[in-house]
Design a protein around this ligand. Structure first.
Ligand code: TAP
Length: 454
C-alpha cells in the first residue's frame, strides 16, 4: 500500500499520511458500487430524500471541523472554508428535493399512452481538483445520488482530507457504504479506472483543460457520459460610466480570492482607456489592502498557494522582465506564499494576458469602445465567467449577451450560486452543474408507449 503525505501549504508541515487506492482496489470499489445500484435506485423517493437531508444535517453539525480540515490541507482562509462546507450542506438540501420531483412526461400520441421516465445511469465517477475540494465534490455527488445513482469519488491527491470526512458523514447519516465511496489516489490510477471501467456510466471531471480533453477522449471509447468543468481566463470589463471606486475596490477580490486558484478568477481586467489611469490609481490601494497571511485567522483574506510545484509554475510568469505595475505583500518563511500582483502586458497575446495562471496575478489592459471590449473578452479559447461594470442597463445586457462565457455578473463578481446553472462555453467545459436541471444530467430519458387498442 503506498501512502501520500498531505502537507499544510501555509507551514509545509505534514498534516496526515493518506493511503492511496490502487487500480485493483478501484475496480473492487466500482464493482461494489455496481452491486449497490439496484437497491439504491429502488429506495422510495421520499426515503432517498430523507437520507440526503440527514447527510446535509451531518455536514451542518460538522462545519467547523470540515472548515478547519480544509484550512490545514488547502490553506483556504477559515471564512472561505466555512462557506465551502456550508455549500455542501446547501447543495445536499437543494437536491434532496429532487427524488420526489423527478417526473417524466405524458405525451399525447395516437393509439395509446406515452410516458417518459428519468432513469438513473448506474455508477457515476466524480473526479475533483485541489482548488475547491468540498464544493466541487458536492456539485457532483449530491445530484447524482438524488437521481438514484451510486457514486465513486476521487479527490485530488493533494487535498483528500475533507472528501474522506464527507464519506464518513454520509455513512453516519445512513447512506449505505457502497452507495457513496471516497477513493483517495492518483488521477493516473483511480481517475483513469473511472474512465476505462465499463461499469462507470458517467464521469464528472473538474480540473485542467489538458486532462479534461484526455478524459473526454477516453470516455468516447465507450460513449461514456461526461461533464467537464475546465479552465478559464475571465475578463472583468470596466466601462468609463461605471462606479469606478466600487469596481476598483472589488476587483482584487474577484481574482485573488483563494489565492487566484479559481477557474472563475477575473484575471484579465479590461478598462476603458479614458478611465485607465484613474482606475489604476484606485486599484493600487485596494490591492495593498488585501490581507495575506495565516489562513486560520478570521481577518485573513488570502492564504498560500497549494504546493511548491504550483508556486514554481505561478512564479515562472512573474520573472524580472515581467511588466509588474504593483504588488501587495505576503509572509516570508515556510509556506507557498505569493503576493497579489498586478501586471500590464502590452497586448492579449502576452502569456500574462492569455494563460490561466491560477495564482494571484491579474493583467490590466485598456480598451476603446464597447465592441472592442467584447472582442477582447472573447479573445481566448476559454469561456467560463466574467464581470461587466457599467451604469448603462442596455450596455450591460448587450455585453452580457456578447461575451462567450457561461457565467456573467453585472456590477458584481459572483459566479456560483447553487440555485443557478454553472459551466463553460468553448474549452471551459461541457455540460452544466448546479441549478434546477442538474439532476437531469445524471439520468437517461426512457420513452415507453403502451397500446390501448383492442
Ligand atoms: P488536473 O491535473 O487536471 O487534475 C484534476 C483532477 O484530475 C485531480 O483529481 C487529478 O488527480 C485528476 N487526474 C489527473 N490526471 C488524470 C487522468 N489521466 N485520468 C483521470 N483523472 C486524472 O489539474 P491540477 O494538476 O490539479 O492543476 C493543473 C492546472 O489545472 C492548474 O494550474 C489550473 O490551471 C487547472 N485547474 C483548473 C481547475 C478548474 S476548477 N477548472 C481546478 C484545478 C486546476 P491528481 O490529484 O492525482 O493529479
Amino acid at each position: 500500500m503506498t501512502t501520500f503525505e498531505v502537507l499544510n501549504p501555509a507551514t509545509e508541515e505534514v498534516v496526515r499520511s493518506v493511503e492511496l487506492t490502487s487500480a485493483e482496489e478501484t475496480d473492487a470499489a466500482i464493482a461494489r458500487a455496481q452491486a449497490a445500484f439496484p437497491a439504491w435506485r429502488a429506495v422510495a423517493p421520499g426515503d432517498r430524500a430523507r437520507l440526503l437531508r440527514r447527510f446535509a444535517d451531518a455536514v451542518d453539525a460538522d462545519i467547523e471541523n470540515l472548515a478547519r480540515l480544509e484550512v490545514a490541507n488547502s490553506g483556504h482562509t477559515i471564512g472561505n472554508a466555512r462557506w465551502e462546507a456550508g455549500n455542501v450542506r446547501d447543495v445536499l438540501t437543494y437536491y434532496s428535493a429532487s427524488p420526489e420531483r423527478l417526473s417524466g412526461k405524458q405525451i399525447p400520441v395516437p393509439g395509446g399512452v406515452n410516458l417518459t421516465f428519468h432513469e438513473p445511469l448506474g455508477v457515476v465517477g466524480v473526479i475533483v481538483p485541489w482548488n475547491f475540494p468540498m464544493p466541487i465534490a458536492g456539485w457532483g455527488f449530491a445530484p447524482a445520488l438524488a437521481a438514484g445513482n451510486t457514486v465513486v469519488l476521487k479527490p485530488a491527491e493533494l487535498t483528500p482530507l475533507t472528501a474522506i470526512r464527507l464519506g464518513e458523514l454520509a455513512r453516519e447519516a445512513g447512506i449505505p457504504e457502497d452507495v457513496f465511496q471516497v477513493l483517495p489516489g492518483k488521477g493516473s490510477v483511480v481517475g483513469q479506472r473511472f474512465v476505462d471501467h465499463p461499469a462507470v456510466r458517467k464521469v464528472v471531471f473538474t480540473g485542467s483543460t489538458e486532462v479534461g480533453k484526455r478524459i473526454m477522449a477516453g470516455c468516447a471509447a465507450q460513449v461514456k457520459r461526461v461533464t467537464l468543468e475546465l479552465g478559464g481566463k475571465n475578463a472583468n470589463i470596466v466601462f468609463a460610466d461605471a462606479d469606478l471606486e466600487k469596481a476598483a475596490a472589488t476587483a482584487p477580490y474577484g481574482v485573488f480570492d483563494n489565492a487566484g486558484q479559481d477557474c472563475c478568477a477575473r484575471s484579465l481586467i479590461l478598462v476603458q482607456a479614458s478611465v485607465y489611469e484613474k482606475f489604476m490609481e484606485l486599484l493600487e490601494p485596494a490591492v495593498n489592502g488585501v490581507v495575506v497571511g495565516d489562513p486560520r485567522l478570521e481577518m485573513t483574506e488570502m492564504g498560500p498557494l497549494i504546493s511548491a510545484g504550483h508556486h514554481a509554475k505561478v512564479s515562472s510568469y512573474v520573472d524580472d522582465s515581467a511588466p509588474v505595475a504593483f504588488r501587495g505583500s505576503a509572509p516570508h518563511g515556510p509556506g507557498y506564499w505569493f503576493p497579489p500582483t498586478v501586471v500590464t502586458p502590452p497586448d492579449l497575446r502576452h502569456p500574462l494576458a492569455a494563460d490561466e495562471i491560477f495564482g494571484p496575478v491579474v493583467a490590466v489592459v485598456p480598451f476603446d469602445g464597447e465592441a472592442d471590449a467584447v472582442t477582447m473578452a472573447n479573445h481566448t479559447e476559454y469561456g467560463l465567467s466574467g464581470s461587466i461594470w457599467t451604469r448603462d442597463v442596455g450596455r450591460a445586457f448587450r455585453v452580457a449577451r456578447g461575451v462567450e462565457a457561461g457565467n456573467l455578473s453585472v456590477n458584481s463578481h459572483s459566479s456560483v450560486r447553487y440555485w443557478t446553472p454553472f459551466g463553460g462555453f468553448k474549452q471551459s467545459g461541457l455540460g452544466r452543474e448546479l441549478g434546477p436541471d442538474a439532476v437531469d444530467a445524471f439520468t437517461e430519458i426512457k420513452n415507453v408507449f403502451i397500446s390501448t387498442e383492442d
